[in-house]
Design a protein around this ligand. Sequence first.
Ligand code: ADP
Ligand code: MG
Length: 466
Amino acid sequence: MVLKEIWKNGRLKNQPSISQKTEYKEIWKNVLTFLERDLSKGEIATFLGSTELINLHEGKARILCPNRLTMEKLRTRYAAHLAEAFQTVCGGEHQFSFEIKPLENTIPTDSRTASQPSLFHHAPPNGLAASYSFENFVVGLSNQLAVSVARAAVEQPGALHNPLFIYSGVGLGKTHLLHAVGNSVREKTPNARIIYASAERFTSEFIRSIQSQQTAATFRRKFRGVDVLLIDDVQFFASRTASQEEFFNTFNELFLAGKQVVLAADRHPAEFKNIEQRLVSRFAGGMITDIQEPDLDMRLQILRNKAAAQQAEVSEDVLLALAQQLEGSIRQLEGTLHQLLAISQAQKSPPTEELLKAVLRTAPPTSTFIAPQDIISSVCRAYQITSEQLCSANRSREVVLPRQIAAYLLRQISRASLHQIGGFLGGKDHSTILYGLGKIEKQLISDQILKNQVESIRGEILGKNR
Ligand code: ADP
Ligand code: MG
């Protein structure tokens, strides 16, 4: 039928079998999950949500894109990310080719996940990710208070805990909880206006909006017209900027109107250095709660659920071994389980303890794993520019210096390759990166002030990810 037509047209050479297709789907899912470490959910939903891995053979991966824009983005901006993700999920280096999906009526229906909702296919413009709910959030000692106040905020938005401020170290469920609040309110009150945005997103949208009176008004209407505002990674508001002022005003307006505001950050409000006191005292005016690291029972339960969600059979012993090995970040726990399952599938062998050991050996516990995005964000904050500016083609000194510093820290902390760094910084050529690194390294030798700046950014990145 339709599939045949496509093969006839030569679009799908090396016809994959049904089981291969399932395998590709699984690999692609793991790749996307891995990318969550570096890319925001919104970015993944926008540029990777409707893409597919349609063939993988001898290190050559063919990826189907819904349109040309996506294809170009994948080719330029995300190439390094994809390379790294495939390296982790499948091992080895890969070459990528991208194709544009044929018209809708020729889509091979059986290669699509029509009946199976994908994590990334639902990304409504309010920024909510449907896959993060209370139902799939495991509650334990470490997060029960946060969950109960979040649920109370859903029951009576704006009434009980306003603002609700949740803080914790990385990978412990803040983002998940914010989305859960949003999704849950939406379920209860489908007409409720809800926005989820990170502080960075708020900032970059704000900066874009001030270009004209009309866009500025649209921005205000958007953020001040909500019933529930969920702002993530509040620590990324840069100091003394117009965007912080804008957020302050947005917050006040919503608060006075009795609208629910939920905020998440990596630290207690009292520890903010960049954020003005008046804003800090607003944050502290409602309910502040933290999430601690999960205990063993909870880690095990999370792994059981994640394995079940993937319909993967993993023995209790293996799950326990994994839960014992990795403390701290749940993201890391999840990532390692994904790797284990991907490798077990690729090798067509069950996920045994031996395989787990091998996975942990090749990917040592990444408690020290620092997402490139965290490095980029810290540099941007220090220099008060947005990550979009940093990753743009802008050649002014205010942007070039932070870009070179970001490249330097990506190299030093993440041990990223020149190619990868180029990718993280908006698709720059590796020779551009090399040139920049040379310049900054030379400058660091002679310029003590710059050196101190860079060291303090490095300290912040490492301190935050301890
Ligand atoms: P944070 O925002 O605190 O850095 P995230 O909310 O992004 O952390 O969580 C990291 C990953 O761990 C996500 O995939 C999330 O779904 C998962 N996760 C975190 N806490 C839980 C939990 N209690 N139950 C199930 N999954 C969780
Ligand atoms: Mg988060």
